[in-house]
Write a protein that binds this ligand. Sequence first.
Ligand code: ADP
Ligand code: MG
Length: 253
Amino acid sequence: MNITAQNIRRSFGAHEILKGVDISSRPGEFVGLIGPNGSGKSTLLKCIYRILKPDAGQIFLDQCDLSRLTVRESARKMGVVAQHNQYNFDFTVKDIVLMGRAPHKKPLDRDNAADYAIVRKSLEKTGMSAFADRSFSTLSGGEQQRVILARALAQQTPCLILDEPTNHLDITHQIQLMKIVKELKLSVIAAIHDLNIAAMFCDRIYGIKGGKIVGEGTPENLLTPEFIREVYGVETEIVHDRHGQMHILFTGL
Ligand code: ADP
Ligand code: MG
């Protein structure tokens, strides 16, 4: 499924935070969004996953204008792993993952064996099976994040929006989460804090600064020392490992 956001504008009070942003993800494409703190990444993603209403611009899932869908309809097409905040809900892990099935059900539908099987699979995939009966609020930040991913997997959507999903995760689980998402081959738009993680997993990356897209391309094409200096004001050197994977080294201390 194509995700297309066109000319998105959004202000808070007198401050224009998004100044006409275009971003898209094609079917099966893993798209990254990078940029400094406060550049508008979360605001843009919130407009896409309908927590915020843009002041101007449109968002399409394929040809379908998102604002014409019910929240329930869009939840069948788009899953979300939001930036981690302290979640306060006191449900068990498996109940939270089961919530991912809700958009697929009619109001009085019972959860059935197929739903439970999907929940079980989603927990397995994220390595959280052993936590199924635990109270969500007793989990660490990283464990909670993996449960929220499991819920998004249980939702079985063609699109996935991720806002810094690997914050709070150790390197093992950062890579595990990114691999899980990558293997799903969904249309993904993910704000990613770590440039090396972005370079490893993204098919294409957008850079945003001051509410404007300042660059777009494959990791190799976009993430040059000049571009990183322009966006982040730091010096870097790009190297390639023996597998040909690029790595960004931060230099000039
Ligand atoms: P990022 O995710 O790139 O770090 P955000 O999109 O969260 O950036 O924030 C962009 C800017 O918008 C920041 O300056 C932030 O303070 C401001 N902002 C975000 N949400 C609100 C809000 N609800 N009210 C006022 N300002 C906000
Ligand atoms: Mg953010």
